[in-house]
Write a protein that binds this ligand. Sequence first.
Ligand SMILES: Nc1nc2c(ncn2[C@@H]2O[C@H](COP(=O)(O)OP(=O)(O)OP(=O)(O)O)[C@@H](O)[C@H]2O)c(=O)[nH]1
Ligand SMILES: [Mg+2]
Length: 328
Amino acid sequence: MSEEIKILMLGDSSSGKTCFMLGMYTAIQDRSRFSLKATDPDEGIRLTALWSAIVDNSGIKRWPRGTDTPQIYNFELCYAYKPLMEFEWLDYRGGSMLDLSSDVRTLRDYAAESNGFFFCISGKYLREPVTEANLQKVAMESKANLMGKYLEYLSINNRRQTGKKTFPIVIIVTQYDYCYHRNKRELMEDVKKMFPPLFATDSDWLVMICPITLGKELAEDSDNGKIEPRNLDIPVAFVLYCILTEQARIQDEELTKIEDKLEVLESNLFNRWINRHKIRRLNESLGQAEMQFQKTIEMINLLAREQDLSSTDIYLSGKKIQIDLDLS
Ligand SMILES: Nc1nc2c(ncn2[C@@H]2O[C@H](COP(=O)(O)OP(=O)(O)OP(=O)(O)O)[C@@H](O)[C@H]2O)c(=O)[nH]1
Ligand SMILES: [Mg+2]
């Protein structure tokens, strides 16, 4: 895959963005044959060391420091250690979503170029049900109200112009351990209330809501609670699925175009002779396009075998949909 995928992760300070990225980097290979490799090996060592500190240490020294300057990480997603796609990940200081500093401009520019967004809402804001009375307060405290704004830059600058049909958004309920006492369905409905435009009929938004935690004991005791990560691999798998299906759709369209051209050129014996050089070149292109399409389908099937997305909460234009990955 040639295109580099850009993911923008938005979320308030201390909502767990950096911890999620560290956990995902290390934990993903424990669960599947997928793995993440930092393009810069030194960066990889640093990320692994930071994750080891979380797992092995206790007290406040187990946690990474808050992020003070925006930093771009480059990863390769591998299957059985072979690279499938590259992606770039911007980690930044959550507080800067509010600033008038240059960080906000960095974020806006990044938003316009992104292939997918992760919105991180900390579970600590969802311990109690969201009601009409407290909705405003929860949306403000968790910064959900600011995240929506970034979609505006995206729809103006990117989505329509590039003609991309799908743009995956994952609303990640980080630190979900704060919410284990709640009914999961009700909690999902509460999350939806915080982002009404994303779930509007005919809105065309493809949204997953994914609860994650580094460990269910952490809500009670973040200094000593056991690290038992849950769901850290799902957001990236979903984005990968969306990008692959988009790619398969484009490649399928390309195949049809070539086939249509060939049909015209080969419409009768005379035309076939006149156009024989063009036909040969088009047949070569057709072979290449077919190979690319097959490769994409193969990758989707690999993903299907490794990752079960069938029980996740995915919505298209506000309607819950099932993703059936199996194309075989
Ligand atoms: N209960 C609980 N706490 C967590 C979890 N993950 C992280 N934390 C806590 O949240 C704190 C902040 O996490 P970070 O990942 O640094 O947050 P951030 O969003 O990167 O913050 P900024 O860099 O300031 O934007 C950590 O120091 C931990 O104490 C989790 O899964 N559950
Ligand atoms: Mg951070």
